[in-house]
Design a protein around this ligand. Structure first.
Ligand code: MRU
Length: 367
């Protein structure tokens, strides 16, 4: 751990040399949050300003900003930007608006715990400082939002280092969905591939396209190709053959919520990857910050799975029809991977191995 800490500034520079690391920031006048609109990728790398509550809600809901840690970072900045507009109000009116904004944003997507985690942190700042002038509280909210962001950067860098320690030059790895810098600050599940590239290592990455919204094809393939990583795009149903061919020695995936027993929610299709990998004897690692662990959630059965618009299945990214109109669809956005299928969680505090119910708890008891 100490050697990892000592090298973090080097890791940061290496990640910045290969990844897009400015996907979320405050605008210079602090009236809005500037995000990369992820729905426009890979065709257009477009930045968008989000200045009001409804746009912030829709940005999360429509996946303009997505990925568990990125949603948390965005929500922190959004609460600051919205609170700043109310800085002239008396405390009770200010807190009434703050609570309504927080609850509305929290209702945008249910599965990733990072959203409610960040919103609770912002709420605590207001509650702990309610005797101070509202303008001062607003400044403290800015400090907290920036802290959520910078802590995520530090967590990602450590996760990238720990993740890379599991790989050697020439390895093949399969990944699902997008957990690169676009989905976080500096990347979790795909961060080690970028770091490997920056260090001159050759890791061959097989990228699941990740139906229905193609986060793998649109975002992961884009991020990896742009960095010069050896990335091969496959359809989700090709993973078994890739594994059978002996082309991958590990699977790296992200996480949206980790329950206390180690069951975890991640993008729909993750559990299929883990089940296949078990069949072929390939280890599966889930990489994510400890802010994604929900110790109040006992197991996967208690994780709420977001159900999304059936048109995401019936049409090609809301445009061309590719199924009969009005055909019945089931469109869960996430699934639960049973803890027994997982080899380890790669967190900023190190790699957590089974038994997960004991070892995840230790992470919080010891620190
Ligand atoms: O629906 P999305 O695109 O927000 O789903 C994202 C994922 O499932 C990621 O794997 C997860 O959030 C981890 S991001 C570091």
């Amino acid at each position: 751990m100490s050697s990892i800490l000592a090298s973090l500034s080097k890791t940061k520079a290496e990640m910045e040399s290969v990844g897009i690391t400015d996907n979320i920031r405050l605008s210079d006048d602090e009236d809005s949050i500037v995000i990369i609109d992820q729905t426009r990728l890979p065709g257009k790398l477009e930045y968008k300003n989000i200045a009001d509550l409804e746009s912030a809600y829709q940005a999360i809901r429509k996946l303009e900003v997505r990925g568990a840690p990125a949603i948390g970072i965005f929500a922190g900045y959004a609460m600051y930007v919205l609170s700043r507009k109310d800085a002239g109000l008396d405390f009770d009116t200010f807190y009434g608006n703050f609570t309504a904004n927080r609850e509305y944003l929290n209702s945008s997507r249910p599965t990733a715990v990072n959203l409610s985690w960040a919103l609770k942190r912002m709420d605590k700042v207001v509650c702990d400082n309610k005797d101070k002038p509202v303008r001062e509280i607003v400044e403290l909210l800015k400090k907290e939002a920036c802290a959520i962001h910078s802590e995520d950067i530090e967590m990602c860098l450590k996760i990238c280092e720990y993740g890379l320690s599991l790989l050697k030059d020439g390895d093949g790895v399969l990944t699902h969905c997008n957990a690169g810098p676009l989905a976080t600050s500096y990347g979790t599940a795909q961060g080690p591939f970028l770091l490997a590239k920056a260090r001159g290592m050759n890791i061959r990455v097989f990228v699941d396209e990740t139906r229905p919204l193609l986060q793998g094809a649109r975002l992961t393939a884009f991020e990896l190709q742009r960095a010069g990583v050896d990335a091969t795009l496959i359809c989700d149903n090709m993973a078994s053959l890739v594994m059978r061919n002996g082309w991958v020695s590990a699977c790296f995936v992200g996480c949206d919520r980790i329950a206390a027993n180690g069951d975890f929610a991640n993008k729909i299709g993750t559990s299929s990857v883990a089940i296949l990998a078990k069949h072929y004897g390939i280890p599966v690692y889930s990489l994510g910050p400890t802010s994604t662990i929900d110790m109040n959630c006992p197991d996967g059965d208690h994780i709420r799975i977001e159900l999304r618009d059936p048109d995401e299945i019936r049409t090609m990214w809301y445009e061309k029809p590719m199924a009969p109109e009005n055909v019945k669809c089931y469109n869960p956005s996430f699934d639960i991977t049973d803890h027994e299928l997982l080899s380890g969680f790669v967190t900023e505090k190190g790699i957590v191995y089974p038994p997960f119910d004991v070892n995840l708890k230790k992470l919080f008891d010891e620190n």
